[in-house]
Each structure stands twice: as structure tokens, then as C-alpha cells.
Design a protein around this ligand. Structure first.
Ligand code: 5AD
Ligand code: SF4
Length: 453
């Protein structure tokens, strides 16, 4: 029996990548459509949902400490674990943590309101991990978007790459691409809804390979992904960003497409993971340092002034001091605009879990810090290079530090703060950059682009 309880307030907390953020938007949409109310006040919620990430052990620990927090509240809410940890660990979550009432995997998010209703009525532990071959819910027409002006558009789900350290192919399953026709129609709808910026998202967007070419006919492109970029650009969406790109599938034509279309933003996120060919081989990344540098040269030589960002793992099994020095050299070569560094974390079930994790935690910390120190110099230089330039910035929200200021991102995905008021939010401005801060830029707005059209 399914009973909708219309009085229940649900608090949803999201961990992990953009796919999880996008899933959370769909979860919230499903709940609101079925009569639930979303709340930002975690401690007064009737139901707490934790949309989890399993990429690193630390993220899993965080989940269990959050469960502990909610379990100890005087009015304990119903606690539901969702996301990648739910999909992978299933029933064992009930044994690992007291207080969890239900578990819903990434393959079953469309049934979340049913699971909650059942759980409220039956008071039973409930679990729904969906079907093995499932249809991912690709919808983006959510009224529950984190921003009315920015929308995530999933174009490819899952991963076939099986990098030896990574749990994603197990938690998210095989790669599936959404048809270009559907994507283009979704983007056209988003334009009508007032969305100014979309992010085409997926574990590896440039491995995009739909079952048919419907929607791509008539568009030039060396790969399906660069064709898709041109097709999406032709919708007239104001700003189009995409992430994450996989180095082996990164074709020069992507940069050509960016150069041909102003609304394709000048930012590429291209995780390299290591600067050592030996480590890259052990990670089974399918590319060498030299392959990667070729792509970087193409990106860096573009007149579009493209920002380049990356992910790097330190302390992969067998990584020697020399391997790490190679990574420092590569980072110095690439001069990243921004970078995310991670200490290697063993994930049960992956190939590298059977390799000896022989870099001590102290050594991982030392390497992490050295990388960070080097990168911060590059990041600051890259930020400083924008001073006196005019960047196009989407005003996203009031700044958390100063009520007279707004914060947003440039097309090259740098955070920019500037003076403005709340009525400016949702508009794109020409902002003249006056100074660089630690992780962001500061400037003065000089023109409202949207009004100038
Ligand atoms: N340990 C540490 N970092 C990892 N990542 C993925 N798996 C692991 C792991 N087992 C990092 C990679 C990836 C990012 C999303 O997370 O750098 O690009
Ligand atoms: Fe994980 Fe590699 Fe797939 Fe990225 S490409 S999600 S690191 S397996």
C-alpha cells in the first residue's frame, strides 16, 4: 500500500560530484510532485535523505558521521541513504549504522517517494536498488534546481574506463548516452524557462556515443561529442559549459568547436591523475604524459584563452619519489587555473585494491601539500592575468561575505565578486577585473549584457 503523507518535511544533503547534485534535483522534484515539502532546516525535518558519494573512503566516513548526528536528535527523523554508497553497499548499510531506515540506490531514485511512504506506514526497513539494466532518469525540467539560471544537463551516465583505483564503473554502471535530439529539445525548453547557463555533465562527456545520430545530422564534427557541442550551441543557449573530459577521447575538434561558437565557454576540465607514465600505466588510464601534453598545448594555444583544470591522485600504490617529481613537472608545465588533489584511497572491489598501498599516509600528506604549494603559485598567476580584462560574469547570488556584493562565475569558470544588488541576479554582466584574491577575482560591473541585447 502506498500512502502519500503530505505533511512530511524532507531535508536532502548531497555529497560528491555534479551527477549527484543533478540526481538530488530530480529526487527533490519527485518528492515535491508527490506532496512532500523540502526544507533547509535539517534538525526539524521528518525525513533526512543523504545522497552519498563512494569515490573516496573519507566521503563514506562523512556519511556515517551524519547518520550518527541525525540518529541522536531528540525527535529522530526517518533517515534514508541514497546515491553511490547505497547502490554499492545495499543492505549492509543497516548493519554498519544504527538509525538508517531505508536505502535507495542511484537506479531507483524515481521511486523515492514510494519508499518513504511505505516506510512511514510499515515502519519497516526498506531497500530499493532498482533494476540491473535500468533507464537513467535524464529529465532536467526540475522545478527544484539549485539555481533558476543554471541547469545541469546529463548527457552520458556511467563509465566503461575502469581506471584501476576507481569505484565509479561499479556504482554507476556502463556508459549510456542520451540522444542528441532529446538533449537539444531539453536545452530549448531551458532557454524558455530563463536558464542562462547549462553544464553538459557526465563522468566522461567527450566519450559521448548515442545509439543513433538523430539530432546530430547536419552538424560538422570529428566526434559525436564535438557534433553535439555544435548542435547545442545552435540552440542559442547563452552559456554552455561541459565536464568532465577524458584525456584519451579529447579531440582537437572540441577546441575548434569552442573557437567557432561564442556560447561554448572557455573552460576544460581534463583530469590527468599523475605525471608519471609508469603510474598512468598502473592506473590503466589509456594515455601517456606526452599524449596529455599534446592536448594541453592545443588548449593553451587557443585564442579563446581557455581555462584548464584537473584532478590528481597522490600516493597511488607504487608511486615513488621520482614518479611524484614527474607529477610536479607536469603540473609546472600545465600551469593549471585550478586543480583538485586527492590522497589515494583504497576502494574495495577495484583492481588497485589488490595492489600494496605502500605510500604511507604521512608521505601522501607531504606530496599533497607540495603539489598544493606549487599549484597555488600557478593559480595566482592565472588569476592575476585577468586583472584589467573584461570578463562576462553571470550574477548567481549575493556574496556570503558582503551584502552589497554579488558572486558568480566567468565563462572561464573563475569566481568573480562585484558590487551589485539582488535585482541583478540572473543577468550576465561585463565585469572589469580590478584585483585578484586568493581563489577568486574582484571587479566592477560595466555593462548588463542581457539588457544590451
Ligand atoms: N582515491 C583517491 N582519489 C580518487 N578519485 C577517484 N577514485 C579515487 C580513489 N580511489 C579522484 C580522481 C577523480 C576524482 C573525481 O576523484 O582524481 O578524477
Ligand atoms: Fe573513474 Fe576513470 Fe571512469 Fe573517471 S574515467 S569515472 S576516474 S573509471
Amino acid at each position: 500500500m502506498i500512502i502519500k503523507d503530505k505533511t512530511k518535511k524532507v531535508y536532502l544533503e548531497t555529497f560528491g560530484c555534479q551527477m549527484n547534485v543533478s540526481d538530488s534535483e530530480r529526487i527533490a522534484n519527485n518528492l515535491v510532485t508527490n506532496g512532500y515539502e523540502m526544507t533547509l532546516d535539517s534538525d526539524s525535518a521528518d525525513v533526512v535523505l543523504l545522497n552519498t558519494c563512494s569515490v573516496r573512503e573519507k566521503a563514506e566516513h562523512k556519511l556515517f558521521s551524519r547518520v550518527g548526528h541525525f540518529n541522536n536528535l531528540k525527535n529522530k527523523p526517518k533517515i534514508g541513504v541514497m546515491g553511490c554508497v547505497a547502490q554499492l553497499e545495499g543492505e549492509t548499510i543497516f548493519n554498519r549504522s544504527n538509525g538508517v531506515d531505508f536505502v535507495v540506490g542511484t537506479r531507483a531514485i524515481a521511486r523515492i517517494s514510494d519508499v518513504i511512504s511505505k516506510n512511514i506506514v510499515d515502519e519497516n526497513l526498506a531497500i530499493d536498488l532498482g533494476e540491473r539494466e535500468f533507464d537513467y532518469d535524464w529529465s532536467v525540467n526540475s522545478k527544484q534546481r539549485f539555481s533558476p539560471y543554471i541547469a545541469f544537463v546529463p548527457i552520458i551516465e556511467g563509465c566503461n574506463k575502469f581506471c584501476t583505483y576507481c569505484i565509479v564503473p561499479f556504482s554507476r554502471g556502463r556508459e549510456r548516452s542520451l540522444s542528441a535530439e532529446v538533449i537539444v529539445n531539453q536545452v530549448k525548453t531551458l532557454i524558455k524557462e530563463g536558464v542562462k547557463e547549462i553544464h553538459l555533465i557526465g563522468q566522461n562527456v567527450n566519450s559521448y556515443r548515442p545509439l543513433s545520430d538523430v539530432g546530430l545530422e547536419g552538424f560538422a564534427g570529428a566526434t559525436k561529442f564535438s557534433k553535439l557541442l555544435r548542435a547545442v550551441a545552435a540552440t542559442g543557449m547563452e552559456r554552455i559549459k561541459f565536464a568532465t573530459s577524458f584525456p584519451r577521447d579529447f579531440h582537437a575538434d572540441i577546441i575548434k568547436a569552442i573557437e567557432e561558437n561564442k556560447n561554448l565557454c572557455n573552460w576544460v576540465h581534463l583530469p590527468v591523475q599523475s605525471g608519471s607514465n609508469k603510474v598512468l600505466r598502473d592506473m590503466r588510464r589509456g594515455h601517456t604524459v606526452e599524449d596529455y601534453k599534446k592536448r594541453v598545448d592545443i588548449i593553451r594555444s587557443s585564442p579563446r584563452n581557455i581555462s584548464l583544470t584537473t584532478d590528481i591522485i597522490v600516493g597511488f600504490p607504487g608511486e615513488t619519489d621520482e614518479d611524484f617529481e614527474d607529477t610536479l613537472r607536469l603540473v609546472d608545465y600545465c600551469q593549471y587555473d585550478s586543480a583538485y588533489f586527492f590522497k589515494y584511497s583504497i576502494r574495495k572491489g577495484t583492481i588497485s585494491a589488490s595492489m600494496v598501498d605502500n605510500v604511507t599516509d604521512d608521505e601522501k600528506t607531504i606530496r599533497f601539500n607540495r603539489l598544493n604549494i606549487l599549484h597555488k603559485i600557478h593559480q595566482q598567476k592565472q588569476l592575476q592575468a585577468n586583472v584589467n580584462k573584461v570578463l562576462k560574469v553571470l550574477a548567481e547570488r549575493p556574496s556570503s561575505k558582503n551584502t552589497n556584493e554579488l558572486t558568480g562565475h566567468s565563462t572561464c569558470h573563475k569566481i568573480v565578486n562585484f558590487r551589485g544588488n539582488t535585482s541583478d541576479i540572473g543577468n550576465v554582466f561585463d565585469v572589469k577585473i580590478t584585483s585578484e584574491k586568493v581563489n577568486s577575482l574582484y571587479g566592477e560591473k560595466i555593462r548588463n549584457i542581457d539588457n544590451a541585447k
